[in-house]
Design a protein. Sequence first.
Length: 249
Amino acid sequence: MKRLVVGNWKMNLGVGDAVALTRQVSTAAKGLKRTEAWVAPSFTSLSEVAQCASGTAVRVGAQNVHWEAKGAFTGEVSVPMVREVGCSFVIVGHSERRRVFFEPEGMVAKRSWAALSAGLTTIVCVGETLEEREKGRTNGVIETQLLPCISSLTSDMVSQLVIAYEPVWAIGTGKVASVSDIKDAHAYIAQLWSSVHKAIACPAILYGGSVTPENFAEILKVPLVNGGLVGGASLKSESFGQLLQIAEG
Ligand code: PGA
């Protein structure tokens, strides 16, 4: 399994800056053997970024997707739409969607199911808040968020799934989770996975939350960590390039 470094650009970078950064990331990704560079720009940049990335090693994805193909869903974008502009993956259930936009588990599962059943690679994000962690509810939260997304998947769908563990308190705060927190959470996700899909290997699990070139090597040593979902440090070509080099080893 290759290591993934996924840049989640959130609501940053206009078209020009996103294309410029994509060009730099594709140069940095040239010749990598065990690492893939993926970028998730805002919806308005997807088309140009995908054109820029075409023919390079960089994969382009959307930060969210709706479960219906079309219809009266103001503000939403569908799987065929993101496909049409060149996306090969989507992120669903990011904690900012869950917490800021109140997307419940069932809605995230519908998004994930629609994308996976259309054959689109899907990164499902899960993770607890600080309050939930302090109350000892980390595993329970992961279970509640993940189970609806991983139940009743066909093997084709499983092959397109990536899971990201992102403790909410570590996102954009500079507070990276400790190696032992990450180890426990990833092990729990793998255990949950095998309780549902006995014979099918667990998909890649990424860690996300204040990943930087300073802490990434340490994080990658943790068992069952297959890469990073990176916000802040993916917005600069220098740090993105460093992350790719670190993953490459
Ligand atoms: P961060 O964001 O790297 O800025 O903490 C990670 C994420 O939200 O995916």
